[in-house]
Design a protein around this ligand. Sequence first.
Ligand code: F6R
Length: 269
Amino acid sequence: MDVIVMPTAAAAAKLTAQIIADAINAKPNFKLGLATGRTMEPVYANLAKLNKANKVDFSRVTTFNLDEYVWPKKAKKYEANKDSYRYYMNYHLFNKINIDIRNTNVPDGSCDDVDAAAIEYDNAIAECGGLDIQLLGIGRSGHIGFNEPLSSFSSRTRAVTLTQTTYGQNSPLFDNPEDMPMQAVTMGVGTILEAKRLVFLATMKEKADIVAKAIEGPVTSMISATAMQMHEDVVCILDKDAASKLEGLKEYEWSFKHNPRWAAYQKFK
Ligand code: F6R
């Protein structure tokens, strides 16, 4: 695992976008796993900017999002449902880049058989050859995707019940906080670990404790993000606030500076 600490949240998002853009440029039919949430908004703004400047081409890219809420039958269709992750993705990224919208996938949380659709989702990822990069954020509960504490490390895409912690984290984002569903569909920890590379981004002081546990703490299903420690190709990009509780901070800074893999990215510091 590599840990890169940037001076600001904006710099961390810019670096994250550049790493993704460079990977796409090296493999145009890229399979990209995406995340939603506040942390990712500046990443998508940067990717849209790079696309507009012809510095990355999404025309052959296929995307799979980590998660979506399970919507009650009366909820509006995704395109009109501002609280849905499909809406988020269209708004923050897909409508701003040259991607073919038919190549964008978000788990289906409004169909009649959410469980069957979840299995199909995993199959679709496997059929296209697996994800080249999975982008990850972290929730206050330590979740990646919506894999709440005690999610099995071999779990697959499935419906889950969200914790009170996550309800507290996300319900303020809804126009009417009580509209936040208690269930969601999420890629499993096992599905995530199958991606060829994990790119993890966390910013802000409020994430410092959980980030330290995720990166340096014992591997435990109580904190799904600790599963990243079992993956062979992970980069964790943090701003200095989110990194502030890491014990090995100085060593990570040293490694970033001297690891040839990151030579081209020193200028982002
Ligand atoms: C959402 C997702 C979640 C978020 C996490 C952090 O697709 O994967 O794990 O990354 O809840 O959300 P923010 O960035 O809003 O703090």
